[in-house]
Ligand binder design. Structure first.
Ligand SMILES: Cc1ncc(COP(=O)(O)O)c(C=O)c1O
Length: 377
């Protein structure tokens, strides 16, 4: 996978460039969003302040996801705030952080802003996490290793042996391993439970399809939870009690949401596979491992951002690799209704290859098309 220095901010792509310009969203990485009328809260719910760590009922439910203890849980505004709080509370200027890139931009952006020495480890050619490369980068000031599994944007999960390798590396350096498990379907396997070195972060945004609730969490060692809770209190006091109560309802129907996720993503992935087969001269599909999106390598030689801009003009949102630290592909979300998926792919297909550059005419009209009125190029 080719990484890029020609990075492009995802915030700009999503909230400025693309805002209001698409009717088919294959760019965002969450499951089809759920609706308020699918959820319920007690009508008499008191809208008081909540709790700095999240209401007890929600912390219990999150702890159950891990098969762990609610004292290890901190509820946050999405996984984004959980990650932010971990960075802000564990890191100080000069500390070393190792992140895998391509990945979630926040991991190298905010850590650099905090004055850390940020080293980006690569994946191996088969997109597995290169533990040896991370070990070679590790120095005496190593404080944090960040790994996102299943990975955005590759869609691949970390192998058990590589996970063990990263954990051993963190332990050797008295550092922490931050596991961004935003897309994990099952957190019972998370190595955070019982570990004093691993922090796991996830949310209701992706698999469950409720990014608008802005409910996420971290699960980790007591001193990390404590430090993050302090910073959360100092910035936002608590999450919304309403959203946290709605989140309880989501988790009470977890099996329903997981079934819905599996069904929708199965259909969508079939469509992407067919699309990749039909367009094998232009894209190469990396088979996803339970993510709602896939990574499509672009083999036309074009920059992904240029392709995604052209496709946006046709009303379809994709996620260019440049927003995730990669220069050789784009991410496509397939957790969508089959109708929208089919239409999105139909519009994308004729735009996949860069339009041939027409050389300027050397004819008697000096390059101007004589069939067009003057002034029209
Ligand atoms: C890997 C990863 N981590 C964290 C987040 C943050 O999402 P949220 O705050 O909605 O949970 C995202 C969102 O796309 C993500 O892809």
């Amino acid at each position: 996978m080719t990484t890029t220095t020609g990075e492009y901010p995802m915030q700009k792509w999503v909230f400025e460039d693309a805002a209001g310009r698409f009717d088919i969203d294959l760019g965002d990485s969450n499951m089809l969003p759920g609706r308020l009328d699918q959820l319920s809260v007690p009508p008499g719910l008191e809208l008081d302040y909540g709790h700095d760590r999240g209401i007890g009922a929600l912390r219990d439910r999150v702890a159950d996801l891990y098969g762990g203890d609610s004292a290890s849980v901190l509820i946050t505004q999405g996984a984004q705030q959980a990650l932010y709080l971990v960075y802000a509370s564990l890191l100080s200027p000069g500390a070393q952080v190792i992140v895998y890139r391509p990945g979630w931009q926040q991991s190298w952006d905010i850590t650099a802003d905090l004055g850390c020495r940020v080293d980006c480890a690569p994946y191996r050619d088969d997109l597995t996490f290169d533990v040896e490369a991370a070990a070679a980068l590790a120095g005496p000031g190593l404080r944090l290793i960040v790994a996102n599994s299943p990975c955005n944007p590759t869609g691949r999960r970390i192998a058990d042996s590589d996970l063990k390798g990263l954990l051993a590396l963190a332990e050797r350096h008295d550092a922490y391993l931050l596991l961004d498990e935003e897309y994990a379907l099952d957190l019972r396997d998370s190595p955070t439970v019982g570990s004093d070195r691993v922090i796991s972060v996830s949310s209701l945004s992706k698999v469950y399809g409720f990014p608008g609730l802005r409910v996420g969490w971290l699960y980790g060692p007591p001193e990390v939870v404590e430090g993050c809770a302090r910073r959360k209190f100092l910035s936002t006091i608590a999450n919304s009690v309403l959203c946290e109560t709605l989140a309880c309802d989501v988790l009470d129907h977890r099996d329903h949401y997981l079934r819905r996720y599996t069904e929708i993503t199965r259909q969508g992935l079939d469509l992407v596979r067919e699309f990749a087969r039909r367009n094998a001269d232009a894209v190469e599909l990396v088979e996803p491992e339970d993510t709602p999106f896939a990574w499509l390598r672009l083999t036309t030689g074009e920059q992904p951002l240029a392709l995604c801009r052209r496709v946006l003009d046709a009303g379809v949102l994709l996620m260019p690799g440049e927003t995730l630290g990669a220069s050789d592909g784009f991410r496509i979300c397939f957790a969508r209704d089959p109708g929208a998926m089919t239409e999105g792919l139909r519009r994308l297909e004729p735009l996949l290859r860069p339009t041939p550059q027409v050389p300027p005419s050397t004819g008697p009209h000096g390059g101007r098309n004589s069939n067009l009125p003057n002034g029209v190029l």
